[in-house]
Design a protein around this ligand. Structure first.
Ligand SMILES: [Zn+2]
Length: 318
């Protein structure tokens, strides 16, 4: 048994007093409480220590933990970074390079803010209305009920209607079509230009370099935040390589870690990441990792909500 608990974070900000109080994320005050809990109950180690332990088949310290932050939000620079510095803990950050290269907002983030601004009871008919319009324009789209039956399955965090919207707009519909629909819904709900919103939402490269210089870790999360397992092999490889090139200045080629967007991987994706030099891969399977048995390219992660002050799931999940 060589246990490692990897914790996953997305938004961490003062949510209640923000412009988007409906956004799903961790309230900054609770983050500070959680980090104090980790200091008292876990041993937060660095990604480099984990990689060395895997390479040399060494035992990790007891209650070893890694903190991981996905998607490059400004929250991570503004709120998380100062707290981690204060506690002398390392965070590992996974940024899809496209958000910095193109001043775009990822569709997945637009969907978060649409869901934060519009009640699901209003949103569903709006989406059905848009789908009807695009069908008239000639797009081949299955009937609403058929798609709902296929996609609407509640998970640990969201009711089935929300999951339906996320899956429909993140991956099920044709990429061009879902981009159009998400764009229209976003513009109506949020009403800020995409370039402006992108500058507010994400960190920039200067901030990332500052964090790296202060001992933070940066790993791969692709370029455009695709479900890599849904892409043809050449496009999948290109997306990983592009992210890698862009972040060359903040990554050490002996310590590369792949974080599969949405936890989407298959054998080809894992092999490609390995061929490109990745030593570790992290997924979104919710349990503690055991380096004695787990494939280092597929390490599971727990969610911030699995730990106090949000819950005690971490004690039940083996
Ligand atoms: Zn992500």
């Amino acid at each position: 048994m060589n246990q490692l608990s990897i914790v996953m974070y997305h938004y961490v900000r003062p949510i209640k007093d923000s412009a988007y109080p409906g956004i799903k994320g961790l309230e900054f005050d609770l983050f500070k409480e959680q980090i104090a809990f980790f200091r008292d109950n876990f041993h937060v180690i660095t990604m480099e220590e984990v990689i060395d332990a895997v390479r040399e088949k060494r035992q990790l310290p007891e209650h070893a933990m890694l903190l991981t932050f996905d998607d490059g939000y400004m929250d991570h620079y503004q709120y998380v970074f100062p707290v981690l510095k204060e506690y002398g803990m390392q965070g590992s950050f996974f940024v899809p390079s496209g958000i910095l290269q193109y001043e775009k907002v990822l569709d997945v983030n637009k969907i978060h803010f649409i869901l934060a601004c519009v009640d699901i009871e209003e949103l569903l008919p709006e989406i059905y209305g848009l789908l009807a319009r695009y069908r008239k324009e000639g797009w081949q789209i299955e009937p609403d009920e058929v798609m709902f039956d296929k996609l609407a399955v509640a998970n640990r965090w969201d009711p089935k209607e929300v999951i339906f919207v996320k899956r429909l707009l993140q991956s099920y519909l044709d990429e061009e079509l879902r981009g159009k629909i998400v764009g229209e819904l976003f513009e109506k709900a949020v009403g800020v230009s995409e370039a402006e919103f992108s500058r507010q939402l994400y960190m920039n490269l200067t901030q990332i370099q500052e964090m790296k210089a202060a001992g933070m870790f940066f790993g791969l999360h692709g370029e455009r935040h695709y479900w890599l397992n849904h892409l043809p092999a050449d496009k999948m490889r290109e997306d990983i390589v592009n992210g890698m090139r862009y972040f060359e200045s903040v990554m050490d080629k002996d310590y590369l870690v792949m974080n599969y967007p949405y936890g989407g991987y298959n054998e080809e994706v894992v092999q490609c990441a390995r061929d490109l030099g990745c030593v570790l891969g992290i997924s979104v399977e919710a349990r503690h990792a055991d380096l004695d048995v787990d494939d280092p390219m597929l390490l599971p992660r727990l969610d911030t909500n699995d730990f106090p002050p949000k819950s005690n799931h971490w004690q039940e999940i083996i």
